[in-house]
Design a protein around this ligand. Structure first.
Ligand SMILES: Cc1ncc(COP(=O)(O)O)c(C=O)c1O
Length: 387
């Protein structure tokens, strides 16, 4: 039994995607910057991938910068825009939220601690939701960049990016969104979202790891973070990962073509998971927004149960789940997202995230619903009774 319910951490690479990238690991091995035919073949693959991604996003091809991962895209957006904006206009403040992925939060903190930026971290409510009027209240000429994630990786909440984008747009303040969890799961059109920069990574939509992209609207102030050669129009030095990029474009095209039908299918499974777990597991509470949440995402805290024991027991039963974020789970620290949402630490240690994807079937959900309540009961039986 192997039921994979950790698609927010990563997804398996689709067979069609492997097939698309193979020629670029073999016969089309050239350096895309080379002038000769071998190089031009690789360059053609790069061009085609850029066109595919730009077209899906409603962007211009020159607005797509290939990167090494979602974290790099986030770093490039925050550092690249904040530094360039300050140079241009003196704006010195970064505005973000406490529920961002660490790739955004730690970058913002680094820019504060080592580059002299001011940092405003806006509060979120108990669902992890951000009120656009709270953003509006802090927007002024001193704001260099605003960064708000599209969908949260730990609790699945979808944030009102279009509304926040519109508020930034009228004040001509660059707006970045970390759309790593949203791409392939939500409609992504850069003009409708009113974003100036958007981060994505292939491994969340059935592409390979180690490749991502940053959408950067034409005219957005930007200072390259990776310096060297003039790759990516001098916005990201380094020979491009051609096989990975070709694979990413293929994965995105497939995900986009199937998105509506697949998300409708997953939402039914997700709603069963949520409804039945809340009924069958005593002390389980949903985390994140009940209504504005990713169709593939179910997350909970379970009172009186530590995540680690629950995850090990689930793994032994053939179910791969997570406590929230794969990036911090090894660190055994309370989730900064749950903390920001006001979840008491007693509950926050019992985080459980079940994130669905292409391989999941109704029968698998039946199996999880049969196993999980028993596992929780077993763990509770083993734990000392609180006095
Ligand atoms: C919301 C969010 N942003 C950024 C990242 C980082 O992406 P990558 O693993 O490609 O660096 C992740 C990955 O978990 C994520 O969920």
């Amino acid at each position: 039994m192997n039921i994979y319910l950790d698609h927010s951490a990563t997804t398996p690479v689709r067979a069609e995607v492997v097939e698309a990238m193979l020629p670029y690991l073999g016969e089309f091995y050239g350096n895309p910057s080379s002038i000769h035919r071998t190089g031009r073949k690789a360059h053609a693959g790069l061009d085609a991938a850029r066109r595919t991604i730009a077209q899906i996003l409603g962007a211009k091809t020159g607005e797509i910068i290939f990167t090494g991962c979602g974290s790099e895209s986030d770093n490039a957006a925050l550092r690249g825009i904040a530094l360039a904006r300050r140079e241009q206009s003196g704006a010195n403040r970064i505005v973000t939220t406490p529920v961002e992925h660490k790739a955004v939060l730690e970058t913002a903190i680094d820019l504060r601690d080592h580059y002299g930026f001011e940092l405003t971290i806006l509060p979120v409510d108990g669902d992890g939701q951000l009120d656009p009027t709270a953003v509006e209240a802090v927007l002024d000429d001193d704001v260099a960049v605003v960064s708000v994630m599209h969908a949260n990786n730990e609790v699945g909440t979808i944030l009102p990016i279009g509304e926040i984008g519109a508020l930034c747009r009228v004040r001509r303040i660059p707006f970045h969104t970390d759309a790593v969890q949203a791409v392939g799961r939500l409609p992504i059109h850069v003009d409708e979202l009113q974003v100036d920069a958007l981060s994505a990574t292939a491994h969340k939509f059935y592409g390979p790891k180690g490749v991502g992209f940053l959408y950067l609207r034409q005219g957005t102030p930007f200072h390259s973070v990776l310096t060297g050669g003039s790759h990516e129009n001098s916005r990201r030095a380094g020979t491009e990962n051609v096989p990975g990029i070709v694979a990413m474009a293929k994965a995105l095209a497939l995900a986009e073509a199937e998105r509506e039908a697949e998300m409708a299918r997953l939402q039914i499974l997700r709603d069963r998971l949520i409804g039945d777990i809340l009924k069958a597991v005593d002390g389980a509470q949903l985390t994140g927004s009940p209504n504005h949440r990713l169709a593939n995402h179910a997350s909970f805290v379970v009172d009186g149960v530590e995540a680690e024991g629950m995850l090990i027991a689930l793994d032994l039963a053939g179910i791969a789940a997570s406590s929230g974020s794969a990036c911090t789970s090894a660190a055994q620290q309370p989730s900064h997202v749950l903390e920001a949402m006001g979840v008491p630490s007693r509950l926050a240690v019992g985080g459980l995230r079940l994130s669905l994807g292409r391989s999941n079937t109704p029968e698998q959900i039946d199996y999880v619903l049969e196993k999980l309540p028993r596992i929780v009961a077993q763990i509770r039986g083993m734990m000392p009774v609180a006095l």
